[in-house]
Design a protein around this ligand. Structure first.
Ligand code: SF4
Length: 965
């Protein structure tokens, strides 16, 4: 049943218009199958938003002074949210009289979010009016980290940084320049910049976020993310909390609910009764790290009961290679029987023993998945994939189910992310860099899916290199990363970080240890291109500085965005172009040419030119713009400035692996007689399937790789096929008699995002504590009740938190949300006062660090009257800083789950107390490093050539991709 009939009262209320009519006749015409909104219905929905033709003159009356009539006339300018990766559409309401942004609402023309936002979208208004925000470029005074700053000009910052970069490049010290990004935003912009400089200088947060799951997907089919078609699915399986806080949170959540409304069933595997689990038809509270065992048990049922899609497996899996490696006759039936043999130990009973999920539920869900067939949508992002030694195997086993059902790329199934994502064509594309930076991709981790960013301070500590010019961009490793005190130790040393520039819209724990703090715009104050795989369709959105756009519309255009933004808040696009131009002022270094206008040879590119160049290359956009009345040379850009988004493709991008290779492309190609792979000019371009030349997947076999020769070649033959890897926090390795538990420290609260919501008062008012979730049985065992203090001992120290006793937690597992516990020191004076405790930090000079809370959150005087009304005091506890680094030896992902020893604190220990020994953390880094199997791989390669790599260096044989000695 997917549709609930309206009650008698609802019927009457809808008819007389007291509530909106949600049960129009047409809506009722479905019987558990797919329901489609017609264009007319969508148009009706849009009527609830101000129509675009009125966006320059939109009148609203102040509801607070009713019945008096107080009118405000707004200019409405679209942009996109910056508070999580989804980049949902926003519309800024700008008071025409004062030219101030007064509020943000959804943008109905954004195909991903369709006018809807989560709480964090409208809270952008808090962020741009935060009294503690950084308004001007700052330079440190005194020692690094002392807390003294002076205002400087943008010119001073640019000239100082440019001179240092120029010197490093000229002295061939390219690997001493790095840009480290927390929240990325603009598609490919930094590739353009850093490759324009010829450096391998990109580092990211991805190895503390999503690279585990990425590896698991990539090893199957060459794409590193899934794009589930939730709205069209019949069965949805989530290994995490997607409805409330997962990847592409709001766009996915609305489509999961849409799918459910049509009759889809939802299952969630999570040890916590998350909001998602509570909305599910099946909750599987699995013991952390055992998810792959459950998924393999489902796979075995599907195989044994013949619920698999034979045609798909036969055509789109490299099963012949598997049988060949096993020395078994190459016959499809043998493939099925060999798989059944391979996974025979994964009975539902074994999976229950490992995970705690009931065998009956595993069987029932396996049947539902088999019945859903191609309409099986699934997702695993952070959660299990990001938390366990071998977490990447969870994504791999999940995709196994997608392959078995033939749901890969099917309508209602799960597509590769890239099929639903736009990739821009940029002007003057630079050549790939000719250097390889081992501080980001060290030899020990040849398969690491992203940069080993969590190990950077350990590499610096043991003398592997030096960061002469280091940018942190919306990036706060001291707080967000594990082992933050080691980061702090390194940041304090100028022989480790020469010049640290923090590009950030708001103060954070890392910016306190920078040399320059440069204020960058929030969502409505910067340019970016966004495109994400939110559903079966493709869109592009334009984040734009709304006050700049309003000024342009009003006939007062500005040259640089900081002229329109509050204070001198700038944006990165213009900053990087200016910086690049100053690094190479006369063009002699070959850098400047990347940043020249494609329309005015030899001149510096403008921001409008950069975006026009990209937009005019999007199929159909210029034509749509012209049809909308834009006639000039920059019609495509004008359209994007007006609507903020464009739908490139509505949802026909299914089964793209089956696209034919054109006759033209086939000319001169050679087909491998064994596996059917078609090759031309040294590149694989397709594969023969059923006598047809089709493009396939970007893997060596051009098919889904059940058997991975890559894993064999790179010294991990035991994982040649999907496997269950026991986690570092498996029950077998915990000593319950010593009070050891597994701590799940990864879950998000739907109202917060990492360290970026501390400047949003509405969000902090809703969520400001992070207690330890504990089941009543465990609490009873310890004698804890809600609010009691608990000491959580990790491998390198401890933190003291409070207990929250709740049945929403699986017994034997404890959890703590990761956004809270923000701090500042007394010398830091200001910054995020809605969310930060004031703390005292002491070092014993020998790796021992103590932090204790001096005061919680307090009301304060400011221009915002609400700052005096703060009623919450408890700012939570910073847990991540007490975690050691645990890099998975294959995927490189930091494995977040912690073995903790629970105890009651001593009488002199207090809430918020923290202790860490960074010598111990360095020892643990070495223990995990010893688990790796370093490069080179075949032919001296640093990394499999077919694996994607962020900011791919030159792949020419013998070049950067190869180890020379
Ligand atoms: S899901 Fe929420 S935070 Fe994320 S982009 Fe959308 S509105 Fe912003």
């Amino acid at each position: 049943m997917g549709y609930k009939k309206p009650s008698f009262i609802e019927n009457i209320a809808e008819k007389i218009g007291i509530i909106p009519n949600l049960h129009k006749e047409k809506y009722q015409e479905f019987d558990g199958d797919m329901r489609q909104f017609s264009d007319e219905e969508v148009a009706t929905m849009y009527e609830n938003f101000p129509p675009p033709e009125k966006w320059d003159d939109w009148v609203e009356y102040n509801p607070k002074v009713w019945p008096k009539k107080e009118k405000t006339t707004y200019q409405i300018v679209p942009t996109t949210c910056f508070n999580c990766e989804s980049a949902c559409g926003l519309t800024a309401f700008i008071d025409k009289e004062t030219q101030e942004v007064k509020k943000f609402e959804g943008n109905p023309h954004h195909p991903g979010s369709r006018g809807r936002n989560c709480a964090k979208g409208p809270a952008t208004i808090n962020q741009i009016t935060d009294p503690d925000r950084i308004l001007y470029p700052l330079k440190r005074k005194g020692e690094r980290g002392e807390g003294e700053w002076e205002r400087i000009s943008w010119d001073e910052a640019l000239d100082t940084i440019a001179a240092r970069i120029r010197k490093a490049i000229k002295e061939e010290r390219q690997n001493e320049i790095a840009y480290h990004v927390g929240r990325p935003g603009h598609e490919k912009f930094m590739n353009w910049v850093l490759q324009g400089w010829g450096i391998d200088g990109h580092n990211s947060h991805t190895n503390i976020c999503s690279s585990g799951a990425r590896f698991g997907y990539n090893i199957w089919y060459g794409y590193d993310r899934p794009s589930p078609d939730h709205a069209e699915a019949k069965f949805i399986l989530l290994v995490s909390a997607h409805l409330e806080s997962g990847h592409y949170f709001n766009p996915h959540a609305q489509r999961i609910i849409e799918g459910k409304m049509k009759g889809a069933k939802l299952a969630t595997m999570d040890p916590r009764l998350s909001n998602t689990a509570s909305m599910s038809d099946y909750w599987m509270p699995s013991y952390p790290g055992t998810e792959a065992a459950v998924l393999l048990a489902m796979a075995l049922i599907i195989l044994e009961e013949g619920l698999y899609n034979r045609e798909y497996l036969e055509n789109w899996v490299n099963w012949e290679a598997y049988l060949k490696a096993k020395g078994v006759e190459i016959k499809f039936e043998n493939y099925i029987s060999e798989m059944i043999k391979e996974y025979k130990e994964f009975t539902p009973e074994y999976a229950e023993e490992e995970s705690g999920v009931k065998a009956e539920m595993i069987i029932e869900i396996a049947h539902k998945i088999g019945e859903a067939g191609e309409r099986f949508a699934s997702h695993n992002w952070r959660a299990a994939g990001a938390s366990n030694l071998g977490g990447w195997a969870v994504a791999r086993c999940l995709h196994f189910l997608t392959v078995l059902t033939g749901a890969v790329g099917a309508k209602g199934g799960t597509s590769p992310n890239s099929w639903n994502k736009f990739s821009p064509t940029q002007p003057n594309p630079p050549a790939p860099q000719k250097v390889w930076n081992e501080l980001h991709f060290p030899k020990e981790y040849p398969l690491a899916f992203f940069e080993m960013s969590q190990l950077l301070p350990h590499f610096l500590k043991e003398g592997r290199g030096f960061m002469d010019v280091y940018f942190s961009r919306v990036f706060n490793p001291i707080w967000t990363y594990p082992d933050g005190f080691t980061w702090m130790e390194m940041f304090k040393r100028e022989d480790k970080f020469g010049l640290h520039t923090a590009l950030t819209p708001t103060w954070n724990e890392t910016a306190y240890f920078a040399d320059f703090v440069l204020p960058m715009g929030l969502a409505s104050e910067r340019h970016d291109i966004n495109s994400y795989a939110t559903h079966g369709g493709t869109w592009v959105a334009f984040r734009q500085p709304v006050l700049r756009e309003a000024a342009r519309r009003n006939g007062n255009p500005v040259e640089f965005t900081y002229e329109a933004n509050p204070g001198e808040v700038w944006e990165e696009d213009e900053f990087w172009i200016e910086l690049s131009w100053r690094i190479d002022p006369d063009g002699s270094m070959g850098i400047r040419k990347t940043f020249e206008s494609p329309y005015r040879p030899g001149e510096k590119i403008t921001i409008d030119e950069y975006y026009q160049y990209i937009f005019e290359r999007i199929d159909g956009l210029t034509e749509t713009a012209k049809a909308d009345g834009f006639t000039g040379d920059f019609a495509a850009l004008e359209y994007m400035k007006k609507y903020g988004a464009y739908e490139i493709e509505k949802g026909e991008s299914y089964k793209m692996n089956e696209r034919a290779v054109s006759e033209e492309k086939l000319k001169g190609s050679v087909t491998d007689p064994v596996n059917g792979v078609i090759r031309k000019d040294g590149k694989d371009i397709g594969v023969m399937v059923n006598g047809k030349a089709v493009v396939g997947f970007p893997t060596p076999s051009r098919k889904n790789e059940f058997f991975s020769q890559t894993m064999v070649d790179w010294k991990w033959p035991e994982y040649a096929t999907p496997a269950y890897i026991k986690s570092h926090i498996h029950n077998d390795v915990l000593d319950k008699s010593k009070g050891e538990y597994v701590l799940v420290p990864t879950f998000r609260l739907p109202t917060l995002i990492h360290s970026r919501s501390g400047n949003a008062k509405w969000l902090v008012e809703i969520s400001n504590r992070n207690p330890i979730w504990m089941h009543p049985d465990d609490a009873a065992k310890w004698g804890f009740k809600t609010g009691d203090l608990v000491k959580m001992n990790t491998d390198i120290g401890y933190f003291i938190d409070k207990v929250w006793v709740t049945q929403s937690m699986k017994p034997g597992v404890v959890a703590c949300s990761h956004h809270i516990g923000r701090w500042r020191r007394p010398q830091d004076k200001i910054g995020n006062r809605w969310a930060t405790n004031t703390v005292n930090i002491e070092s014993d000079g020998n790796g021992g660090w103590k932090m204790n809370t001096m005061s919680g959150i307090k009301p304060f005087e400011s221009d915002d009257k609400d700052s005096k009304r703060i009623f919450w005091k408890d700012g939570g506890v910073h847990q991540n800083i007490t975690h050691a680094v645990h890099p998975d030896p294959i995927s490189g992902m930091h494995t977040w789950h912690q073995r903790v020893r629970i105890e009651k604190p001593a009488p002199d220990e207090n809430y918020g107390d923290i202790f860490v020994d960074t010598n111990k953390s360095h020892e643990i880094y070495k223990e995990w490093l010893a688990m790796t199997r370093p490069a080179p791989g075949p032919n001296g390669e640093r990394r499999p050539l077919w694996f994607k790599r962020a900011f791919t260096p030159d792949k020419t044989e013998g070049g950067a991709y190869y180890i020379k000695d």
